[in-house]
Design a protein around this ligand. Structure first.
Ligand code: FE2
Ligand code: FE2
Length: 372
């Protein structure tokens, strides 16, 4: 049977032209001078980054002075988060090409502490020893029984997702958690973004969700950055992570639009699996299968651990975070089901019951009908 598809035809001459054009751009249009041209008018947050400059060997027959000067660019450059960069000690000609707006200093308002905050208050006091971490309560056997069809689907989708992950990574535990944390950091950001947009559309308060969801995403990213200090993913794993992120972001986005209740339930079950995975990692450390080396500095700073902390301590701390996400996402899903999404008044009641001093009277400050 003849195919009904009519494939996009790319003639060899047109494809060759396109490739030649790209190659031409890479050697001529993308010169340092062009890249130094600013693409943003905002003052850059410039951070000096040393990077390997793949200096092209100048051909002995080449006598072009412009080519020679291009190949002798300094190796340290100031990168701008907004896309432009200039060479340190760049020539006068280069500097002239950069508008004054881009050369401004960092605005004062950006000079505040941007150190990410941990999820649990226990990590914000004194430095924690292994015994302190073990003493923090955690509900290891927790499992939320599916209630209804959507819960059942969420649970079995998550359970089935574990199979290919187990088959692919096998005993490469650190590589496995690096890959998983790249996925785990997506739902909080997507949910936070969608709740933010909903709040704008409805001109009403978010009920106290957004800041928590964004905090969760940041916390998961800190898990990733921690494990990146322990093991670097291979090129293939990086490519896989990119592909999975592209798919997962869109699937979760669509799911949240259709049923935010199911989306939070999916995250709840994912976090149940995360707790199980970190428990398994702790078992492997105890059995001597996984080396219990020193904790990376980023983990010591973030979770306020002792300087002698180990990978086991990091696993204990991250498992506590995963447990927090597990309970929170199941709770958020339940609240959607019960149509009690506003967290503010309940949080204040709990604060009063526990003798905590509420910073503000939530009911009076936030509730004017259901609007600001
Ligand atoms: Fe995580
Ligand atoms: Fe998590």
């Amino acid at each position: 049977m003849q195919s009904t598809f009519s494939p996009l035809r790319v003639t060899s001459s047109s494809s060759t032209r396109a490739i030649k054009s790209l190659l031409h751009q890479s050697t001529s249009s993308f010169s340092t001078a062009t890249l130094a041209r600013p693409v943003a008018i905002l003052p850059p947050v410039a951070t000096s980054i040393a990077y390997r400059h793949h200096q092209q060997q100048q051909h002995p027959t080449s006598s072009s002075s412009s080519s020679s000067s291009r190949h002798k660019r300094p190796q340290h450059r100031s990168f701008s988060l907004f896309g432009s960069f200039k060479a340190e000690g760049a020539s006068g000609a280069d500097t002239k090409r950069i508008p004054k707006a881009v050369q401004n200093e960092i605005p004062e308002v950006l000079l505040h502490d941007i150190h990410p905050q941990p999820m649990l208050d226990e990590f914000k006091g004194k430095r924690l020893s292994t015994a302190d971490l073990e003493a923090i309560p955690i509900d290891l056997g927790f499992h939320r029984e599916p209630a209804g069809v959507s819960d059942w689907v969420a649970y079995h989708v998550v359970k089935s997702m574990r199979i290919p992950v187990d088959l692919f990574f096998r005993t490469k535990y650190i590589h496995r958690v690096v890959a998983l944390e790249t996925v785990a950091a997506v739902p909080g950001m997507v949910a936070g973004m969608l709740r933010h947009l909903r709040s704008l559309r409805r001109c009403s308060h978010d009920g106290g969700w957004i800041s928590h969801l964004l905090h969760e995403a940041e916390n998961e990213r800190m898990h990733l950055l921690t494990w990146m200090k322990v093991a670097q993913p291979t090129l293939f794993e990086r490519a896989l992570v990119t592909a999975v992120q592209g798919v997962f972001f869109n699937v979760f986005f669509a799911l949240y639009m259709v049923s935010d209740k199911t989306a939070h339930r999916v995250v709840g079950y994912l976090e149940e699996q995360a707790v199980i995975s970190y428990t398994h990692m702790l078992d492997e450390i105890a059995a001597g299968v996984l080396e219990n080396g020193p904790a990376p500095k980023i983990a010591i700073d973030y979770w306020n651990l002792e300087e002698t902390a180990t990978i086991r301590d990091v696993c204990l701390a991250i498992r506590l975070d995963e447990s927090v996400h597990m309970h929170t996402n199941h709770h958020l899903s339940d609240r959607i089901a019960l149509k009690q999404e506003d967290l503010r008044v309940d949080i204040q009641k709990m604060q009063e019951e526990r003798g905590m001093i509420p910073t503000q009277n939530a009911e009076k400050v936030w509730t004017k009908g259901n609007k600001y």
